[in-house]
Design a protein around this ligand. Structure first.
Ligand code: XMP
Ligand code: MG
Length: 187
C-alpha cells in the first residue's frame, strides 16, 4: 500500500507528531469509553466542519453504539490565525437537539474560545446531555477552561496539520498529524 509520510511531503512538514496507527489505537480506546457512557441511549454526534471530518468518520466506525450524525460549520471572526471567540454559524445543525444526548466531536481545541461559544450555543437548545470529544488539545494555549470528557492527545503549542486539519485548506488528507515547517507559514 502507498503510504504518505513526512518525507513525501518534501520540506513542507517538519515532523510527524502522531501516526495513523497511534490515532487508530487511541480512537478505539475512546470509543470503548464512549460506548460505556451512552449504553442504551440514543446518541447524536455532531461534527464541526471541516476539521473534524476524519475523526468523525473514524470514531463513528469505532463505536458500537448506534448513532445519528449531524454537522455544524462555524467560523471565528477576526483577522489572522488567532481565534477571536466571536463565532459565526456558517452551517447550522439540520436536527433539533432538544432532549437528545449530544456529543460534539472536534479536531482540536486550541484557545478553546470556539468550543466554549459552541457549548453555550448548543446548551441553550436544551439537549438531554452535552459532552465533548476532541482528538487534539493544546493545554498551553488554553484561554478558557472547558470540561472536555474525552481527549485523544494533548500536544505542544505548535501549529499542526493533517487528519482533517489544514493550513490554507491544504494537508487535510494526510493520514497522520504533523507539524509544519516554519517557512510554509512564513516563519
Ligand atoms: P480555538 O483557538 O478557538 O481554535 O480553540 C479552534 C479552531 O482553530 C483551528 N485551529 C487549528 N487548525 N492547526 C490547524 O490546522 C492548528 O494547530 C490549529 N489550532 C486551531 C481549528 O479549526 C480549531 O477548530
Ligand atoms: Mg475546527
Amino acid at each position: 500500500m502507498m503510504r504518505v509520510d513526512a518525507k513525501d511531503m518534501g520540506a513542507d512538514l517538519k515532523q510527524v507528531l502522531i501516526t495513523k496507527e497511534e490515532i487508530d489505537a487511541r480512537l478505539a480506546e475512546l470509543a470503548e469509553k464512549i460506548d460505556a457512557e451512552y449504553e442504551g441511549k440514543d446518541l447524536l454526534i455532531v461534527g464541526v466542519l471541516k476539521g473534524a471530518v476524519m475523526v468523525m468518520a473514524d470514531l463513528a466506525r469505532a463505536l458500537s453504539t448506534p448513532v445519528t450524525m449531524d454537522w455544524m460549520a462555524v467560523s471565528s471572526y477576526g483577522a489572522g490565525t488567532q481565534s477571536s471567540g466571536v463565532v459565526r454559524i456558517l452551517k447550522d445543525l439540520d436536527t433539533d437537539i432538544k432532549g437528545k444526548h449530544v456529543l460534539v466531536v472536534e479536531d482540536i481545541i486550541d484557545s478553546g474560545l470556539t468550543l466554549s461559544w459552541l457549548i453555550s450555543n448548543l446548551g441553550s437548545r436544551e439537549p438531554a446531555s452535552l459532552k465533548v470529544c476532541t482528538l487534539l488539545r493544546k493545554p498551553e494555549a488554553a484561554k478558557v477552561d472547558i470540561d472536555v470528557e474525552w481527549v485523544g492527545f494533548d500536544i505542544p503549542n505548535e501549529f499542526v496539520v493533517g487528519y482533517g486539519l489544514d493550513y490554507a485548506e491544504k494537508y487535510r488528507n494526510l493520514p497522520f498529524v504533523g507539524t509544519l515547517a516554519p517557512h510554509v507559514y512564513g516563519g
